[in-house]
Design a protein around this ligand. Structure first.
Ligand code: ZN
Length: 287
């Protein structure tokens, strides 16, 4: 396992951790300020959210990140493919999927995160919903390959199965990868969503290095009061962070470790400079 105790060059910021710069959330730092603050602290990469990026400026922002010596390690995310929040038609979904792929390409990242969307309404069937996810990923694949962007399936914690993600286990994510069997379909592993899974190490072995595109860090607070917006900073919760990293690196993953903390009432209310400093310290000591 890699030793990060004196080296955080593989630490990445997912900008969700600063409240996305969305009106009313976070400190409202500009993208440029975020890039500079991460570079100053020696972060290795940044992962952005689409809503923060003006599509016409994506190339420029990607170049700005690389000019500091960092990389863009991902873009969140595609439209929901299934469930109550999905766009009404397949054409709408694919159009938006293609816009997401274009933005990832323009930013210069090869990782585009897919949050699948919940169970298909009135289907009462996770299986049927996952089949639909697989179909839509397959339909998007030619465009993704052309752009050099990996469609990266992120299984979410099962608490979201109803409305946000019918994909809730690493096992099912790898099943879709195996079914499509293309190097441009991969998975993202997020501590928040997998920490409870006693079969995680076995499943990651199944995935292997080629199918693991991204690793997301945070913690699960034992007394969490909101499953969407009360994620913990690494070390403040109950997840076994070192064991999870050992499992993912045991499967061959050597990429960035991206801190992604949605925390409306705690971390999003703090000064981003403090948040970034704490991330560095926790990354070196508890991850
Ligand atoms: Zn994540």
């Amino acid at each position: 396992m890699r030793d990060f105790s004196e080296d955080h060059s593989m630490l990445a910021l997912n900008t969700a951790s600063l409240g996305h710069n969305l009106p009313g959330q976070g400190a409202g730092w500009s993208t440029e300020q975020v890039i500079e603050a991460c570079a100053e602290r020696g972060f290795g990469a940044i992962s952005f959210w689409r809503q923060e990026i003006n599509p016409k400026k994506a190339v420029q922002i990607g170049n700005k990140v690389r000019a500091t010596g960092m990389q863009v390690c991902g873009l969140c995310r595609t439209p929901f493919l299934t469930g109550p929040f999905a766009l009404p038609t397949q054409e709408d979904i694919l159009d938006d999927m293609y816009r997401a792929i274009d933005m990832a390409h323009d930013l210069g990242t090869d990782v585009l995160t897919i949050v699948t969307g919940g169970v298909i309404e009135d289907s009462h069937s996770i299986t049927q919903s996952l089949q639909r996810v697989s179909e839509l990923v397959s339909l998007s694949l030619p465009k993704a390959k052309q752009a050099g962007v990996k469609l990266t399936l992120e299984p979410l914690n099962p608490v979201y199965a109803g409305n946000r993600s019918c994909l809730v286990t690493v096992r099912d994510a790898i099943n879709i990868c195996e079914e499509i069997d293309d190097p441009f379909v991969a998975i993202a592993v997020d501590v928040y969503h997998v920490w409870w899974d006693t079969d995680l190490a076995n499943q990651l072995q199944r995935a292997g290095q080629k199918r693991i595109a991204s690793y997301h860090l945070c913690d699960w607070l034992a007394d969490t009061n909101d499953v969407l917006l009360d994620r913990g900073m690494m070390g403040d919760g109950v997840a076994n962070l070192k064991a999870i990293r050992q499992a993912i690196e045991g499967a061959g993953y050597q990429g960035f470790c991206e801190v992604e903390i949605f925390s409306a009432n705690d971390w999003w209310k703090r000064n981003p400079a403090e948040v970034l400093d704490v991330m560095v310290e926790r990354f070196r000591t508890v991850c």
